[in-house]
Every structure is written in structure tokens, then in C-alpha cells.
Design a protein around this ligand. Structure first.
Ligand SMILES: [Zn+2]
Length: 195
């Protein structure tokens, strides 16, 4: 079974490892692990580098940085699952590893999309998705982390940035369920030029 963003939780619950072999530490040797899947989802366009945290720290959001684009690896000896990604914080991306925490719940939604849209299309975009907060961008929280409390809505507003990257584009991170972000992606692809 290939592990993906949809079946990760089930896989972890069925394959709890005690990390007994000692292979897993802060310095992980890649060759001691085998790839068993990945958490990528290419159906909603540009990924974002926004991280999401739950208020009680019992959940891990796999649609946000850093797990949104990671490989899933497993220790060949003890079965400990490890997430492998590239730390993209600077000029040279560095390989990075996060151990799976079997006590946590890995959450599919909400996830994050980086949206970049032509200024001339913004009004129609707001109208199409009823994104009223975009009309008052100065009230949108700023930062590299979004905190999610009792999430159950269609979308939430927490953008890393809302700014004009040049005279023609407005860019921001949108936190919402994947289906919603897929619709956003399709709309922008049809009416603008999202890739
Ligand atoms: Zn091991």
C-alpha cells in the first residue's frame, strides 16, 4: 500500500512503532529507510509555506508546510515512520526529517494554497467565492503560522501575506478545505493564469 495524504492516519494507527532499533535520532541516515509513499497533492496548484498549528497541539496538518510536499519513509528495521522534506527556509534547501508521532492525529483539512491573482480579476474572485475579508486586507492576520481553533468552516482567513508583488498581482495564502482550494485553482486557471 502506498501511503498518501488520504490514508496516512489509518496507516499510522495500524503500524505503530516503538522506535526500538535506535536508527532514529536527530541525525537520520537516509539509507536505513525505505520510501513508502508521499503526502503530495497536485490538484490545487501552488503550494504555500504557511504552517498550521492546532490550539491544543494534538493535531498535525499535513496540507501545510512542512509536510504538504514530503516523502513518507519507514525504518527498514523497526518500522518507525519518518517524513522527509526539503527545508526551504533559505537559499539552499536542506534535507530535513520529522518523526511520525503516533499519539497525534494527522489532519487532511484545512490545507493551504498560495494564491496569486491579477489585480484586475480580484473583484470577480471575491464575488465568486464570497471572500469578503479580502475587501479589508489590512485586517488579515500576518505571519508564517496560522492557528486553527475549532475549525469547521468553509474557509478561514489567515494569510501570510497580502501584498502586491508588482503592479499587476496580488498574492496571499488561503487556508481552506482541499475541495474549496481546488475550486479556487480551477477558477483562476480558467480566468487568470494559475499553474
Ligand atoms: Zn529503526
Amino acid at each position: 500500500m502506498e501511503v498518501n495524504y488520504q490514508n496516512l492516519n489509518t496507516y499510522l494507527k495500524d503500524n505503530v512503532s516503538s522506535n526500538a532499533c535506535g536508527h532514529v535520532s536527530n541525525k537520520i541516515e537516509h539509507k536505513l529507510f525505505e520510501k513508502i509513499g508521499g503526502l503530495y497533492d497536485d490538484t490545487y496548484g501552488y503550494l504555500s509555506y504557511l504552517s498550521i498549528q492546532s490550539s491544543d497541539d494534538t493535531k498535525v496538518f499535513i496540507g501545510a508546510y512542512p509536510l504538504h510536499n514530503c516523502d513518507v519513509l519507514k525504518c527498514k528495521t523497526c518500522g518507525q515512520v519518518v517524513f522527509f522534506y526539503f527545508n526551504d527556509g533559505g537559499v539552499a534547501p536542506r534535507p530535513a526529517y520529522v518523526l511520525a508521532d503516533y499519539s497525534k492525529e494527522y489532519i487532511i483539512d484545512p490545507t493551504v494554497k498560495y494564491v496569486s491573482i491579477s489585480k484586475e480579476k480580484l473583484a470577480a474572485f471575491i464575488e465568486a467565492f464570497n471572500l469578503k475579508a479580502l475587501k479589508n486586507p489590512d485586517k488579515i492576520p500576518d505571519g508564517y503560522h496560522a492557528n486553527v481553533k475549532d475549525y469547521n468552516g468553509r474557509y478561514i482567513f489567515n494569510y501570510r501575506e497580502f501584498k502586491s508583488t508588482n503592479n499587476e498581482k496580488v498574492s496571499f495564502d488561503l487556508v481552506a478545505p482541499r475541495d474549496f482550494l481546488r475550486s479556487v485553482h480551477q477558477w483562476i486557471k480558467a480566468y487568470d493564469n494559475d499553474k
